[in-house]
Design a protein around this ligand. Structure first.
Ligand code: HEM
Length: 261
């Protein structure tokens, strides 16, 4: 009788001879998927920022991902395939991270108590991770679904039109801050958690890592804001010709010459 009561209450389960390895595996998978997404985002911000070089350069980057330089023809489906992989990683990472969220008001109050008691930046940063991660569920999913379904609408005009005439810029503005804070803090916490750069002076290393993290976050925020402003400007100037495809400068000249002949 008492045995069944213990099982019902869960007492004794933790004393099983062989404890589950799954919590550790899930922790590792959460770190690995976070690392992959963080590194992907660095590449993503640089590719998207190609618009700051020129419209033609951004067009070339778009065509590169569509396989134009390999197959002599554009296949936007290739972009969808990349988005599908990133989306799966994104959902998997969110699923694994969710288990760390406070699950009740009581747990939330306990965390607040710990945060006040410790008054340590890293504990506060953990909460930044939770809040930005929660917002990313929604903002990131909206963006990824759009990219998955409309991979052919990426380009100087396609993106500019979406950002301005499609009213995506408010979402991008919030998404940008969430993703840069979340990614920056996430990569920093990974380095501390797995002791990648520990050395003889762990406190000093942590301070240097923290400075590096803020430096990278500030750089990516400035780059992201400049990039967003560039797409908004292109979209604004192109607002009367929404849907028109971008033709790179050298092809425009070819067309004019042919027209003149
Ligand atoms: C393979 C997946 C992805 C592709 C192909 C992609 C593509 C793009 C493109 C083309 C833009 C320019 C605006 C537009 O065309 O609408 C953009 C902007 C942006 N994307 Fe992504 N994206 C991907 C994944 C993500 C993820 C996972 C996040 C974060 C959760 C993200 C966050 C952003 C942000 C914040 C902007 C605004 C950029 C800025 O202000 O500089 N993207 N993305």
């Amino acid at each position: 009788m008492s045995k069944s009561l213990e099982v019902i209450a869960g007492v004794g389960l933790a004393d099983r001879q062989r404890k589950s390895r799954w919590p550790a595996r899930m922790d590792f998978l959460q770190s690995a998927s976070g690392l992959a997404l963080g590194l992907f985002m660095w590449g993503h911000m640089l590719f998207v920022a190609s618009i700051l070089v020129s419209n033609d350069f951004m067009w070339r980057i778009t065509k590169l991902f569509e396989g134009y330089y390999f197959f002599g023809k554009s296949y936007p489906g290739l972009v969808s395939a990349i988005v599908a992989i990133v989306f799966a990683l994104f959902i998997g990472h969110a699923f694994l991270a969710m288990r760390k969220f406070p699950a009740s008001y009581r747990q939330y109050r306990t965390f607040l108590g710990h945060r006040t008691l410790m008054a340590h930046t890293d504990t506060t940063l953990w909460w930044v991770q939770v809040v930005t991660g929660f917002l990313l569920f929604f903002l990131g999913s909206a963006h990824l679904y759009q990219m998955l379904m409309h991979p052919g609408d990426i380009g100087p005009y396609g993106s500019g039109d979406r950002v301005w005439s499609g009213h995506w810029w408010p979402l991008y503005l919030v998404l940008l801050f969430c993703v840069e804070l979340h990614g920056g803090v996430g990569l920093y916490r990974l380095a501390v958690k797995w002791d990648w750069f520990g050395g003889d002076d762990p406190d000093g290393t942590r301070r240097r890592l923290s400075a590096l993290k803020w430096g990278i976050t500030a750089f990516l925020l400035v780059l992201g804001l400049a990039t967003l402003a560039a797409y908004m400007k292109i979209g604004y100037e192109h607002r009367d010709r929404v849907g028109e495809e971008y033709v790179p400068t050298w092809l425009q000249k070819d067309g004019q010459q042919r027209g003149a002949q």
